[in-house]
Ligand binder design. Structure first.
Ligand code: ASP
Length: 359
C-alpha cells in the first residue's frame, strides 16, 4: 500500500471510532454500557425528574402543620415513584404517568379523586401528556367518569390518530380501550364541596350588594390549589411532560383551562425542554405559556430559568397568577411562579427528594 493511502485509511478509521464513542455516550443507551467507559470515568446517562402540585395562595398561616406534612409525604411518594422508573431505565413518559397517577388518586390534589366542583356541582377533569422525542401528544378535557385522566390522555396519544378528545366521546374511547369508568360520586370530597359552597356564597353576596359597596372585587379566576404535573428526562435523553386537573372551583359548564392544551399547560421537545404549568388557565392559554418557554430557549437561546421567568412575568402583566416547572434537555431544572406558593419537588444530584411549598 502506498504510504499516503495508508495514512488516509488510518485517519478515516480514527474518525469512525471516535464518532461512535461520542454517539454512544450521548445516547447513554443500554448497549453503550461497554463503550461509555472513557479513561477511568464511567459516564452515567443523566436522568432528572420534577413535579408540581399546584400554585396559588399558600402561606404558613393558611396551611396547618398536619396538612403540610400530608402534602409533603404524598409529593415525595409521587416524586420518588417517577424517579425510580427513570433509575430503572424506564421511559420519561412512564415516569410522568406514574407520578401523576399517585397524585390523581389522592384527595389532596385538584386532579382525579380530589377534583374541584363546577358551578353545576359536577366534576369535569382535564389532562394532557407530551413526548419530547416524537412531539406526539394526547389530551382529554371535560371528562366526568375517568379515575386517571392522565392515563386516558396517553391512550389518546398512543391509540388514536388524534391529539385531543373531549367529554362523552373521550369516555367512549376509554371504554373501547378497556378502561373502566367510575361514577361521579367517586370524586366527592367534603373539602371540595365546601369550597364550592363558599365560593358560590361569596358570588351571591357580591351580586346582591349595591354597586360599589361590595368591597374589593375578588379575582374571578381565584381558584383552589392542586393541579398536578410532572416533567422527566430518561437515560435515552428523552423528555416528557404531563399535567392533570379538575380545573377551577365553580367553573361554568364546559369550561376548559390550560392544562389539557398542548403548548399552554404542557409541552415537551427533546431539542429544548419539558414544561408543566399551573395557575389561572385563562391567562396561561392566552400567553401560550409552555410553548413560549420552549420557543424562547430554541429561538432566543435563553436559559430555561430566564425563559420561565420571562413568561411568568408576561402572565402577571395580563393579571394572571401561577407557575411552571421546566426541565432542560441536559437535566437542569427551573421553576418560576408569581403566586404566594407552589407545591413543587425535584430529585437533587444525590438522588434525594426535595419538596418545597413557599417562596
Ligand atoms: N390551570 C388550571 C386550570 O385553569 C388550574 C390550576 O392550575 O390550578 O384549569
Amino acid at each position: 500500500m502506498r504510504p499516503c493511502r495508508a495514512g488516509l485509511l488510518l485517519a478515516f478509521s480514527f474518525v469512525l471510532v471516535s464518532s461512535s464513542l461520542i454517539m454512544n455516550t450521548r445516547n447513554g443507551s443500554a448497549d453503550s454500557k461497554s463503550n461509555s467507559r472513557i479513561g477511568n470515568e464511567t459516564k452515567k446517562p443523566k436522568i432528572a425528574f420534577a413535579i408540581h402540585g399546584g400554585a396559588g395562595v399558600i402561606s404558613r398561616s393558611t396551611l396547618t402543620p398536619e396538612r403540610e406534612r400530608e402534602y409533603r409525604e404524598k409529593m415525595e411518594e409521587a416524586l420518588m415513584a417517577g424517579y425510580h422508573v427513570l433509575e430503572n431505565g424506564g421511559a420519561s413518559l412512564d415516569a410522568v404517568e406514574a407520578a401523576i397517577k399517585i397524585m390523581e388518586d389522592s384527595p389532596l390534589f385538584n386532579a382525579g379523586k380530589g377534583a374541584v366542583f363546577t358551578n353545576a356541582g359536577t366534576n369535569e377533569l382535564d389532562a394532557s401528556v407530551m413526548d419530547g422525542r416524537t412531539l406526539k401528544a394526547g389530551a382529554v378535557a371535560g371528562v366526568k367518569h375517568i379515575k386517571n385522566p392522565i392515563v386516558l390522555a396517553r391512550m389518546v396519544m398512543e391509540h388514536s390518530p388524534h391529539v385531543m378528545m373531549v367529554g362523552d366521546g373521550a369516555e367512549e374511547f376509554a371504554k373501547q380501550n378497556g378502561m373502566q369508568l367510575v361514577p361521579q360520586e367517586y370524586f366527592f370530597t367534603q373539602r371540595r364541596w365546601d369550597e364550592l359552597k363558599k365560593k358560590q356564597e361569596e358570588e351571591r353576596q357580591r351580586q346582591s350588594s349595591p354597586a360599589g359597596s361590595g368591597g374589593a372585587r375578588p379575582n374571578p379566576f381565584e381558584h383552589e390549589l392542586g393541579t398536578v404535573g410532572a416533567v422527566a428526562l430518561d437515560n435515552q435523553g428523552n423528555l416528557a411532560a404531563g399535567t392533570s386537573t379538575g380545573g377551577t372551583t365553580n367553573k361554568k359548564f364546559g369550561r376548559v383551562g390550560d392544562s389539557p392544551i398542548i403548548g399552554a399547560g404542557t409541552y415537551a421537545n427533546n431539542e429544548t425542554c419539558a414544561i408543566s404549568a399551573t395557575g389561572d388557565g385563562e391567562y396561561f392559554i392566552r400567553e401560550v405559556v409552555a410553548y413560549q418557554i420552549s420557543a424562547l430557549v430554541q429561538f432566543k437561546g435563553k436559559s430555561i430559568q430566564d425563559a420561565a421567568d420571562a413568561v411568568i412575568a408576561n402572565v402577571g402583566r395580563l393579571g394572571g397568577t401561577g407557575g411552571v416547572i421546566v426541565l432542560g434537555k441536559k437535566g437542569k431544572i427551573a421553576m418560576a411562579f408569581n403566586s404566594q406558593g407552589m407545591y413543587r419537588g425535584y430529585v437533587d444530584a444525590d438522588g434525594k427528594p426535595v419538596i418545597e411549598i413557599y417562596r
